[in-house]
Ligand binder design. Structure first.
Ligand code: HSE
Length: 387
């Protein structure tokens, strides 16, 4: 199968290398990019019509990122009868229904395994598991940049800003790293994963989100001294057709599976009614792993492997399903009704829903914009020191 890669940046190059060395019936005929590298004039083009109008090109691999012009490129490819694979979680999340409807109407395949978990075959195994099981919940670390930052602050004691600079230099961060550190990247990945898991479309707005922008070295050291580690985690759960999803920094015992996840690695877990807990761990960001996942999707299309039906029913959201306690480090005065325990510079809240904790955070921000909030894992919440 002859294909084109759109965008020759971190992910596009990774996919190109993977296909070059392990072709498996896929051949890169064209690459679309604004710059034409020396020696690649035969392959790289700046004119998308060269790709669109080439009947030999059966699939395009989108690795541009952002909503536009990636959306226009993808929809034009679908309309031209070409299969599409994409690493672009922003685009897939934002246009989930639209892209699936277009692809179904045109009879082409739409795959986006690298959009969640980088090199981890998470989405394709989620789909695979779902064929004969019911997914009860999913959770995990879905962002390589923030895991790299949190891990570096813990293990090397470096500042947040220095760790972020390193993650950017290593090609893990988004063009605008706010998407990573404010949790928006995980919000989109969580919505995509939950939409597949529960056969119901979740949008970004359905996933209340906190990021790690305000975590300090002192927070990390305080958690470490108590035997805990902070990770940016996504959660989604279905009960009787109602769904709850959220993204938040989360305190776990160091001995938890996620607590031991290092550098840019992700760890994503599903709980199935029959299979129980299945965890997937691997590099969640970076050129070679993410590019390889893009190449894998192309090979799956070429070999007609693992095509599964998709439901586009809107999700019924219920934010009351998973209330839990929170660590809140702030100088703001908090209503005593929400406080379970006072610590030196922080408080532990009583169990709260995502709506409750977000409302509290909005109030706090008016006087303390640098406040930091993290959910507590049940093993942390049961610690007698916090009760
Ligand atoms: N910025 C993303 C991350 C890239 O750090 O996980 C992979 O989706």
């Amino acid at each position: 199968m002859k294909i084109a890669i759109l965008g020759f940046g971190v992910v596009g190059r990774g996919a190109y290398e993977a296909i070059l060395h392990h072709a498996c019936g896929v051949q890169v005929k064209r690459i679309l990019d604004l710059r034409v590298p020396e020696g690649m004039e035969d392959v790289v083009t700046t004119d998308y019509n060269t790709i669109l109008n080439d009947p030999e090109i059966e699939a395009v691999a989108e690795a541009i990122g952002g909503l536009h012009p990636a959306y226009e490129y993808i929809t034009r490819a679908i309309d031209a009868g070409k299969h599409v694979v994409s690493a672009n979680k922003h685009l897939i999340c934002h246009y989930y229904r639209d892209l699936h409807e277009r692809a179904a109407a045109r009879g082409v395949d739409l795959r986006f395994t690298p959009s969640v978990g980088g090199g981890i075959p998470w989405l394709m195994n989620l789909r695979r598991t779902k064929r004969c099981d019911r997914i009860l919940s999913l959770c995990g670390i879905m962002n390589g940049t923030t895991n790299y930052i949190l891990d570096s602050m813990l293990t090397r004691g470096i500042d947040f800003s220095d760790a972020l600079k390193e993650a950017q230099a290593l090609g893990y961060a988004e063009a605008d790293p706010s998407a990573d550190i404010d949790g928006l990247d995980v919000q989109r990945k969580c919505a995509i994963s939950a939409s597949i898991a529960f056969d119901a479309v979740l949008t970004e707005e359905d996933v209340p989100t906190f990021g790690i922008r305000h975590i300090t070295k002192e927070d990390v050291a305080r958690f470490d001294a108590m035997g805990y580690v902070c990770k940016l985690m996504a959660f989604a759960e279905e009960r009787d057709g109602r769904i709850t999803a959220s993204v938040e920094p989360y305190l776990l015992p160091k001995t938890a599976t996620e607590g031991a996840v290092r550098t840019n690695f992700n760890c994503i877990t599903l709980v199935g009614e029959r299979v129980g807990r299945l965890s997937f761990i691997g590099q969640g960001a970076g050129s070679a792993p993410t590019g390889m996942a893009l190449a894998e999707d192309l090979i799956d299309i070429a070999t007609a492997n693992g095509k599964t039906p998709v439901s586009l029913t809107p999700a019924v959201i219920d934010g009351t399903i998973r209330p839990h306690m929170y660590y809140v480090r702030t100088s703001a005065k908090l209503p005593s009704a929400c406080i379970l325990h006072r610590m030196e510079q922080a408080i532990i809240t009583k169990p709260m829903t995502p709506a409750d904790i977000h409302a509290l955070y909005t109030t706090i921000q008016a006087t303390d914009p640098d406040a930091f909030i993290a959910g507590l894992d049940p093993d942390v919440a049961s610690d007698a020191r916090l009760c």
